[in-house]
Write a protein that binds this ligand. Structure first.
Ligand code: MG
Length: 395
């Protein structure tokens, strides 16, 4: 518990803290071109404060995206103790009326060398998400509004582009089941969907793609994701084969750190490429911008704040993009979590990925959110929405 005195206008007063963590199984037989999710899990933290609103202590929740394992030991041995041992002045903003995500980030990263980001960026991202959740709740304002006013141009929306990510490989999943899955997303209000490729032969994948195109009607409604599986020759082979479909984007063709491969691919593929979900720092993102051949007008960046040191680092990444004359609207984050919906709504990103039927409760929206034509409208929620959503799943 981060103890602070109960009062009508919450004001932090003490740095003592309790941070709880859990490891939740993802436990699914789905597969992409690289991994199975059968033994995948996820770290969840809850930071309890003693700031009370309507008699209830404010709790901030954080978790990370699917596809990276839980970071329990990093949280337990390094990052949670640093928060608990920190002094109040190192956790609160200068006015003393809320927490400071930037100062907390410094506390978390004390005695950490630069580079070699590994999985610590996920541990920091999980705590950072919980901190922004608390900040928003103490402000009693939606996070997107807070972000727009403090870090953006003051403008925000509560309606953003979203697409349904799925189309995984699954034992026994045939073309019919793939089409049924995609029809299900259309029924939920999505027009743009994404499917996996690279986990079967090119011939088989083309059959799968064509079967989904029959459902979504147009290549602009379909993205394909190879999860970093291909070498350059295979990436080019796929690119040439799928180019006539005019897909919305071709995602993570090669290894996420192989900027040269991406650059070569961008020279021969005329439609949009997308990548960035496995780049875990501003510096890695900057290398993609510098050396990856990404095109400002047609390609997409998918940096995921929960995996890459959280929103504090994400703000640096967005600043870096600005300095390189990239529009924030070219970013559609990976991960399907709702803090990214807030970033998109408050800082003018291009939208957000959503997993309508996977990785629950760490995906999807609260029941009050409506998706129409691949745009979601959310009501005026407080926090990062993850709170409401997780609470709903607790009962
Ligand atoms: Mg992906």
């Amino acid at each position: 518990m981060i103890r602070r005195p109960p009062r009508s206008t919450p004001k932090p007063s003490s740095a003592a803290s309790d941070v709880y963590k859990r490891q939740a199984p993802i436990n699914s037989e789905i597969q992409n071109a690289y991994i199975s999710f059968a033994k995948m899990d996820c770290s969840v933290v809850a930071i309890t404060t003693d700031v009370k609103i309507d008699g209830e202590n404010i709790v901030g929740y954080g978790f990370h995206s699917n596809g990276r394992y839980a970071v329990s030991e990093l949280l337990t041995k390094r990052f949670i103790p640093r928060i608990k041992e920190a002094e109040e002045k190192d956790l609160l903003n200068d006015e003393g009326n809320n927490f400071s995500p930037e100062k907390i980030w410094k506390v978390l990263m004390k005695n950490e060398k630069p580079g070699g980001h590994g999985e610590r960026s996920t541990a920091v991202g999980v705590i950072d998400m919980a901190v922004w959740d608390i900040v928003s709740k103490i402000e009693q304002a939606p996070l997107y509004e807070h972000l727009a006013k403090k870090y953006g141009n003051g403008k925000f929306t509560n309606k953003i582009f979203v697409y349904a990510a799925g189309g995984y490989y699954y034992p026994g999943k045939d073309i019919q089941l793939l089409q049924d899955e995609m029809k299900g997303y259309l029924d939920l209000g999505y027009t743009t969907v994404k499917m996996k490729i690279g986990g079967a032969s090119l011939k088989e994948d083309l059959k799968r793609i064509e079967s989904v195109l029959k459902i979504v009607g147009n290549g602009k409604n379909l993205c394909v994701d190879a999860n970093g599986r291909f070498d350059l020759n295979t990436a080019i082979e796929y690119a040439k084969a799928i180019e006539p479909y005019n897909l919305k984007w071709f995602e993570e063709a090669g290894d996420p750190l192989d900027y040269k491969l991406n650059q070569e691919l961008s020279k021969i593929y005329k439609n949009g490429l997308a990548t960035g979900e496995n780049l875990f720092s501003m510096q890695d993102a900057r290398n993609l911008i510098r050396y990856g051949g990404m095109r400002k007008d047609i390609d997409w960046l998918q940096f995921d704040c929960s995996l890459s040191y959280g929103l504090v680092e994400y703000l640096r990444t967005l600043q870096m993009m600005k300095e390189n004359e990239w529009s924030s609207t070219r970013v559609i984050p990976h991960g399907g979590h709702q803090i990214s919906c807030n970033i998109a709504a408050g800082l003018n990103l291009g939208g957000n990925e959503i997993y309508p039927s996977l990785f629950q409760p760490f995906g999807g929206f609260p029941d009050t959110s409506i998706v129409e034509d691949s745009y979601v409208s959310f009501s005026k929620f407080i926090g990062t929405v993850s709170y409401t959503h997780l609470r709903a799943h607790e009962t």
